[in-house]
Design a binder for this molecule. Structure first.
Ligand code: SF4
Ligand code: SF4
Length: 228
């Protein structure tokens, strides 16, 4: 079964830090941001949903009576459905969707169609602690990410096309805003990528910006983090 295999490949957490404890305190009721249905509605491929439905009671289809929310269904990739889980206290890690596992990243393609790394969703940069602390994302996680998405692209070529289009959209958005794209490759390096020329320059993680509440907390040393 394809999703069973993909889940096995892509099962490691993205870092050795429990990052839900880093972003949760800044979110309502302490809920980790990517598990808060008020902020992010998880999506799954229809076949993935069929697989999950058979295996677990963790998920149910998401629905809303608010007409504004109908737009959300138009925003997801073709062949996907929106889902709602039981909540972070009842998470079953082995049945997290691919989108749960990938957050806050998406597979980034250059304009020649090469899958060259991971880029984060910019709209979450003031909410997701990882985005302000990219150095903690392990190389093992990035290798799993690459392998799982390559499998997905083989099985569902339309998903490759969607991420290719999305990457191109991000280049246009960043060119308009004047922002560079921050790209993590699969070897542990990080680059600032010019959205117009697509020329990238390697930088150090310590050179990257942090955002929102995390720009303050990164400057503080907490007693339990002091190496002394
Ligand atoms: S990935 Fe980001 S949003 Fe999700 S738990 Fe970690 S820090 Fe929070
Ligand atoms: S399945 Fe787990 S990781 Fe995914 S949204 Fe629910 S609580 Fe979060």
């Amino acid at each position: 079964m394809f999703f069973e295999d993909a889940y096995q490949i892509f099962s490691r957490p993205l870092s050795n830090v429990d990052c839900g404890e880093k972003c949760g305190p800044f979110n309502e009721y302490g809920v980790p941001v990517c598990c808060d249905i008020n902020l992010i509605i998880p999506s799954a491929y229809k076949e993935e949903w069929e697989f999950l439905k058979e295996k677990t009671d963790l998920w149910q289809p998401w629905s809303s009576s608010n007409p504004i929310d109908v737009d959300l269904e138009n925003d997801i990739q073709d062949g996907q459905v929106l889902l709602k889980c039981l909540g972070y206290q009842y998470c079953q890690r082995s049945f997290r969707t691919l989108t749960c596992r990938a957050f806050p990243f998406f597979p980034y393609f250059d304009s020649r169609g090469n899958f060259i790394g991971l880029v984060y969703f910019q709209e979450y940069r003031e909410l997701c602690w990882i985005i302000s602390n990219l150095s903690v994302v392990t190389t093992d996680y990035k290798a799993d990410f690459q392998q799982a998405f390559e499998l997905l692209f083989k099985q569902y070529p339309e998903s490759k096309e969607s991420y290719f289009q999305y990457s191109s959209y991000i280049r246009v958005e960043n060119a308009d805003s004047g922002d560079k794209i921050i790209l993590l490759d699969f070897e542990g390096n990080v680059y600032l990528l010019d959205p117009d020329s697509e020329i990238s320059h390697q930088v150090g993680y310590e050179d990257l910006e942090s955002f929102g509440p995390f720009s303050i907390t990164n400057d503080l040393i907490f007693p339990d983090e002091n190496p002394e």
